[in-house]
Structures are given as structure tokens and as C-alpha cells.
Design a protein around this ligand. Structure first.
Ligand code: HPA
Length: 270
């Protein structure tokens, strides 16, 4: 895996020597965020040998290098999900790659279902911690010593410093901010009402099919991590309505202008 990562770095370095300070992974609703930054270079995933390419319709697959105001960033426009059939080590390969390209900080975004009954669709939730019992660890397999240690600490996955940056950013943007614990499941099916009740007793506030694995891989290699979920729907059983991807997309699109403002505010202050 490390050899593969080095080969990916090499193929990107053939195209650009841009050195990002921060990395950003875009979730639903933020898909076109990268178009609004000052772009220096774009590398399609298909240009990178051996790179996992997303199969979800509407997900672009590329790295965008550039500046958000003064901050040099690499943006992952289109992520890879475990439910597509990739091994977890493949799912987190792009995250590791961004770290190897120089990023020291990572901001994660996603769409998630609201487990906490006080949440409403369209809310933003700053991730304070996560539960990954429902998915295999991306660190299973031979440890990549060059990146990090065998048994990495996970007691502060989401940096307290960056959490404060997000709180301040939301207040400055006058955007209401919820906080809570993100629970990752494999998907692609949505959860059952019983699974959502289980999440609640576990202390979960939102559920989704991404993000926590990327946060873990990033922490393994020492990146400072933060994350925000867009609560696109109430999770199964919280309301009467059946879940569908269209609702998720519609909510994400509805609040995307606010999400972009918040992300920009956080990126420039992180
Ligand atoms: N469950 C899992 N993933 C999701 C959801 C959900 O309710 N909404 C958006 N992503």
C-alpha cells in the first residue's frame, strides 16, 4: 500500500508541485465548492495510476489545488465510499495522499441523517467525536510505519482547537451550529429504525456512510482533523417518511450556500 501511495504521489507531482497546507473533502451539497476557489491545478483521479474512482452518479472525481483566500488547499471533489466495494485501505488512500502531498490539516464534510431528535433537516453539526463500530478500521492490515504507529491514539480525533475555529466561524457567519457524535455505517442502504435507536443509546447524534474512516486514517498520520455534517434528513424511524437519496440531495442543495460560507470561514482560519 505504501508503494502504491508513493506511485500516486509521483504521478501527481508530474503535473504539479503545489504544496497544500489544508485538505478538504467535499460531501453532498458542496460538490461545486472547488469551482469557486482560486484554482492552480486540477488532477482527475483517472490520471492517477491505481487510484480508486468513485462510481456514484453525480460525484466528480478529482483533486483541485488552489487557494481559499491565502490558504493553500487541496480539495477532494468526489470521495470513494466503502459501499462501492473498495477495501477500506482504498477508501482512505486519497486522504493519505493529501497528507503525503503536504497537508497538515484536514476538514471533512458530509451529508448525514439526524439521530438526535432535536436536529432538523438543513442543520449543520460539527463533529465532536465518532463511532465506527459498524465499519472495519481502515488501519487493518500491515501497518504503514512510514505514516504512523500500529496502535494510534484516538482520544481526540477531532481537534479541540479546530472545533473552536468552527464555533467562531459559525458565529461570525450567523449560522446555527449543532454539535455531536457521528456514527459511520457501511451503507448503501439506509439504517433501520432499530439501528437508529441503537445509535441513540450509544450516544450518536448523526449517521452516515463516510468520513470517520478518513478521519482515522488522517489521525494515524498525524493530521489535525475537523468535520461538519449537513443534516439532510431525519434518520430512519425519527419521522414517518421513508428515506430516499433525492431528499438528501435536495436538502444539501438548499443549504449549500451557507455550507460554503461556513467552510470558507473555517478554512481561512484553520
Ligand atoms: N443515513 C446514512 N447516511 C446518510 C443519511 C442517513 O440517514 N442521510 C445522508 N447520508
Amino acid at each position: 500500500m505504501y508503494k502504491k501511495l508513493l506511485a500516486c504521489v509521483k504521478s501527481i507531482r508530474k503535473k504539479t508541485d503545489f504544496k497544500p497546507e489544508a485538505a478538504l473533502i467535499l460531501g453532498s451539497g458542496l460538490g461545486n465548492y472547488a469551482e469557486g476557489i482560486s484554482i492552480e491545478e486540477i488532477v482527475d483521479y483517472t490520471e492517477i495510476e491505481g487510484f480508486p474512482v468513485s462510481t456514484v452518479a453525480g460525484h466528480k472525481g478529482r483533486f483541485v489545488f488552489g487557494y481559499v483566500k491565502e490558504m493553500p488547499v487541496v480539495i477532494m471533489q468526489g470521495r470513494v465510499h466503502y459501499y462501492e466495494g473498495y477495501a477500506m485501505s482504498e477508501v482512505v488512500l486519497p486522504t493519505r495522499l493529501m497528507g503525503m502531498l503536504g497537508a497538515k490539516k484536514l476538514m471533512l464534510t458530509n451529508a448525514a441523517g439526524g439521530v438526535n431528535e432535536s436536529f432538523k433537516p438543513g442543520d449543520f453539526m460539527m463533529i465532536t467525536d465518532h463511532i465506527t463500530t459498524g465499519v472495519p478500521s481502515p488501519l487493518i492490515g500491515p501497518n504503514i510505519e512510514e505514516l504512523g504507529c500500529r496502535f494510534p491514539d484516538m482520544s481526540e480525533v477531532y481537534s479541540k482547537r479546530l472545533q473552536e475555529v468552527i464555533r467562531k466561524g459559525a458565529a461570525k457567519c450567523k449560522i446555527k451550529l449543532q454539535e455531536g457524535v457521528y456514527v459511520q455505517f457501511t451503507g448503501p442502504n439506509y439504517e433501520t429504525p432499530a439501528e437508529i435507536r441503537m445509535c441513540r443509546t450509544w450516544g450518536g447524534d448523526a449517521v452516515g456512510m463516510s468520513t470517520a474512516c478518513e478521519a482515522m486514517a488522517a489521525r494515524h498520520m498525524g493530521l489535525e482533523v475537523c468535520g461538519i455534517s449537513c443534516i439532510t434528513n431525519l434518520a430512519a424511524g425519527v419521522s414517518e417518511v421513508k428515506l430516499d437519496h433525492k431528499e438528501v440531495q435536495e436538502t444539501a442543495d438548499r443549504v449549500s450556500a451557507d455550507f460554503k460560507r461556513l467552510v470558507t470561514e473555517v478554512i481561512v482560519s484553520m
